[in-house]
Design a protein around this ligand. Structure first.
Ligand code: OAD
Length: 257
């Protein structure tokens, strides 16, 4: 029996005739590639590292070498891994539905490397640093020299335009999200008929509003997470398991005649 035949009939129904699918991803989608999440006990980055010392503008100004070195260490980890079957299934889903909007909270480039395009990166990107002072993007970012060392201190490059310090291109705590990406993400959530939320704890706002916005606008919301999530009785479902295992099944369910 095909796995999708064990899913609730209302979910099976929602998977037919999708016109606009929004896929909303968090750190869990990259976990099976070997990138740590933030809040999973023991393995999450925020259980090992202090967010206040690393992920705020104040932290960068206080100790730029510590902060730049930590983000370069994270970027080096991303460069060493590959997209997993969840990223690949999402890229393929875009070819199976009339319209797909991919919104991610992740700062890696694994969706793009799996073949997805026009990804809305709500929390920025490790791969697009810019000047802390004038916001000019850094044109070339060399691969981190020593890929094996975590937590090493590294002097950030200087901006070619104003001489300011180059900062990681991610959104830090206390900062605004990229305005256009957020506007586009909210608009997509309001207009989709299915919102697929994959591998997020849903704790960081405003991104965490996106599944609710879709549900309030009448869409079906489907979560994929190894932790069973509490869902509404109507139009909201949770498939409990790993994204890399469940998303290929979801794809198969959509492409079946
Ligand atoms: P979290 O670490 O908060 O949550 C990761 C979620 O992924 C949890 O619900 C896990 O149960 C789930 N998960 C773990 N492994 C999985 C797998 N193989 N398949 C599917 N799900 C899995 O990460 P986010 O929700 O992405 O912000 O965190 C949101 C934001 O908090 C991040 O973007 C980051 C962080 O502070 C910034 O950097 C601005």
């Amino acid at each position: 029996m095909h796995l999708s035949e064990t899913w609730p009939p209302a979910l099976q129904q929602a998977l037919t005739n999708i016109r606009h699918l929004v896929v909303f991803t968090g750190a869990g989608v990259s976990a099976e590639s070997g990138i740590p999440t933030f809040r999973d006990a023991l393995t999450g980055l925020w259980s090992t590292f202090d967010a206040e010392a690393l992920a705020t503008p104040e932290a960068f100004l206080r100790d730029p070498e510590l902060v730049w070195g930590w983000y370069e260490w994270r970027r080096s980890k991303v460069l060493q891994v590959q997209p997993n079957p969840a990223h690949q299934a999402i890229a393929e889903l875009a070819r199976q539905v009339p319209r797909l909007t991919l919104i991610t909270q992740n700062v890696d480039d694994l969706h793009e490397r799996a073949g997805s395009s026009s990804v809305l990166h709500l929390h920025g990107s490790l791969h697009h640093p810019r000047c802390f002072r004038c916001a000019h993007p850094l044109e070339t970012l060399p691969d981190p020299l020593d890929l094996s060392l975590g937590e090493r201190r590294l002097a950030p490059p200087r901006c070619g335009h104003c001489g300011g310090l180059i900062r990681p291109g991610v959104v830090w705590f206390g900062e605004m999200l990229p305005e256009q990406a957020l506007t586009d993400a909210f608009a997509a959530a309001r207009s989709c008929d299915l919102l697929l939320s994959v591998g997020t704890s849903g704790l960081v706002y405003p991104a965490a509003q996106i599944p609710d916005i879709a549900w309030q606008a009448g869409a079906t919301v489907l979560h994929v997470n190894p932790q069973p999530l509490v869902v509404r009785a109507e139009r909201e479902f949770c498939l409990t398991g790993l994204a890399g295992e469940l998303l290929p099944h979801l794809l198969a369910a959509l492409v079946r005649p």
